[in-house]
Design a protein around this ligand. Sequence first.
Ligand code: ZN
Length: 348
Amino acid sequence: MSDFILCSNCFQDQGLKIDAEVIGQNDESACLNCNESTGQKLDKGNLLTLSQRFFVWGSLQRFDYGAAPLVQFNYQQTTSIKTSPWLEPDLRILEKAIGIGFFHYGPRFWMFGDIEPLKELQEIDTRASIINRVIDEYPTITFTPENTFYRVRMAPLNPREFQEYDSPPKHISGSGRFDSKELSVMYGSQDLQVCIHECRVSAADDLFVATLAPCYDLKLLDLTELIYEDVSEFESLDMSIHMLFLAGEHSYKISQDIALAAKASGYDGIIYPSYFSLLRTGAMPFETVYGISPRQIPQLADREKSKIIPNLALFGRPIEQEQIEVKCINRVILNRVEYGIHFGPVEF
Ligand SMILES: [Zn+2]
């Protein structure tokens, strides 16, 4: 006997219905609630997943640093959110079916970046001391000639020329995450999808990819690693760096200063989490377990690390300096673009 409680046809809100179709299971029995047999069936576990995805993840609000869901649910509370007329009946069906209540969530302050090291990074006076900690506390990795990676260029003047895939010359650098007027940086990734996405390409663009590899062992600062500290999220350097790389252009001055300090400490470059990591892996940003970041829970470290796609930032002009060799150049043809989507409420 199945334990199906509802089906996707029980819902009126189109987004919730589509999410329910994705989460639900194929079964031809008649739904106990709506009596239709064509919908995807949902058991209690499926309904909890649906509630989490639609109402919690679907109400996620981003801040300058960090993000937090504005709706939560549990078994203790009764529903206190008010939503759109087309969603209201679905909300009632859902809460009755599994005995949960939806309510406004007051995020813990660290979720929107109220973290000491992150605040100190934003202040000119205290930035250097935190950057020194970053250089000291994050691991060094050796990037060997076996590690190939990619660099994508949009409409280069001479696609066959190796120098087209080097860092842009100094006079036109200075506006990226790590490159500044003082330092040229070559960006690349071992994940071709991320490379292409980071170029913000469209299907009409003329695209080329170079396959590259180090000529000899390079020393890189690894900022994708989770570091353990015996402190709360409010004092966490790990959480500060995690948020820094999921923040937009307003954070670039900080990462540019990290690059300059790493160069001065003898590093050839930095491995850092791609801004598009979460889009590529489909993970929810700044997920929490009972209000605690799973980054703080050692048993969940592997799962957290798997949400991160590493990117490379190499200092100087490494092709010209013969640190990086061009193995191959190809034209890239985009033949399909597909977005992974799910939905959320428009008011609550
Ligand atoms: Zn139904």
